[in-house]
Design a binder for this molecule. Sequence first.
Ligand SMILES: C[S@@+](CC[C@H](N)C(=O)[O-])C[C@H]1O[C@@H](n2cnc3c(N)ncnc32)[C@H](O)[C@@H]1O
Length: 353
Amino acid sequence: MRYIGNKENIIDKIHNILTVNGVSGESFFDFFSGTTNVAKFYKKLGYTVSSSDIMYMSFCLQKAYIENNDEPQFASLISTLQLSSQSLLFSTPLEVVVDYLNSIDDVEGFIYQNYTPDGTANLEIPRMYFSSENGKRIDAIRQQIESWKIKALITDSEYYILLTCLIESVSFYANISGVYAAFQKKWDPRATKKFMLRPIKTINNNKLNQVYNADSMCIADKITTDILYLDPPYNERQYLPNYHILETIAKYDNPEIKGVTGMRKYGNEKSLFCNAKTAIESLNYIARTANYKHLVLSYNSEGIMKQEDILAILSQYGNVRLEQFQYARFKSNSNGLSKTKKHIFEQLYILSK
Ligand SMILES: C[S@@+](CC[C@H](N)C(=O)[O-])C[C@H]1O[C@@H](n2cnc3c(N)ncnc32)[C@H](O)[C@@H]1O
C-alpha cells in the first residue's frame, strides 16, 4: 500500500542494524503501525507481536495480519452462498468469498454519493476520487461485509480480513497521486479500470499477538515488551487528512464531511507527534512510562524533533546509539514545479536499558 513512512522497502536494513546492535528478544511492539509492514516482518521472524495505531483503517489491517493466525474458512457463510461446485474446487475459501463479492450488484452508497463524479454532480467541483462505477462497487462490497457481520455469518477475524482486502484493493483504483488529501483533475488510467477485490495473505506465527486502535499516549503505561518500536510522524502533517477516505471506508459511519475533498472531522485522531514541542514531550512520556528492554525510534533527518533533543531525552533512560543510513527520495521543489532527488537520512535511535 502507498503510505507515507511505509517501511516495506527498508525493513530488512532496519532489522540488520538492530541485530548488529544486539537488539533482539521474544516480543516486539509496533507502536505506530500504519500499514503493519514492520509488525508483519517481526511476526514472520517468530516474535510475539503487538501493534497499535490511532487510525481505525490501520487497526483493521492489524486485526487481519497481526492478531489473526488462521486462514479464514468462512464455514458459516459459504454454505449460504449460491456457488457452483466448480468455484469451490481450485480456490481457497477466501478466494471463493472474494470472487463472490466481485460478482454482486452495485449499490449507490456513501462512497458513490460523495467521492465520484456522478454522485457529486451537484457540486461546483464534482469529486473524482473514484469512477462512478467503482464507487458503487466499493459500496456494494462494504455493505455486504457489514451485513454478513450483523447476521453473524462471518467471524470477527473473517470480518477484518475482508475489510483489509477492501482497504488494500481500493488503493489500486483511487484517482490520487499518492494521498487522499486531493483527487486528480484528470483520470489516471488506474482509476478507470473495473474495481476488483483482491485477497490478502494471512500470516501464522502460532503466538498470541495483540492489536490496539489507540493513541499511543493512552496505552504506553500498559506495555511490556522486549522491543518497543516507535515510528511516529516526522512532520506537521497529520495522517488522517491524507487517508480520510480509507478511514471512512473502514468505519463506514456516514460521517459529516466538508470542503472540496469531502474531508471527515478528525479532532480525536490528531497526533501530538505533529508538533515539535508536544512530540518531544510525548517521546519522553513513552520512554519513561513503557516497560521495555530496547526502545527503537525510527526517525528522519528532516523531522521536527531535533537530534540533540531526542538524544538528551532518551539518554535519561539508558544507553543510546544513533544509526543512520542515506536513501534517495524524490521531493518537490519549493515552487512545486519540478521534482529533484534529495538525500535524506533514515535514523534509528536505539535505547537499551
Ligand atoms: C510513519 S507512519 C508509520 C508507518 C509504519 N511503520 C509502516 O511501515 O507502515 C506513522 C503512523 O503513526 C500513526 N500515529 C500518529 N500519531 C499517533 C499516536 N499518537 N498514537 C498512535 N498512532 C499514531 C499514524 O496514524 C501513522 O499510521
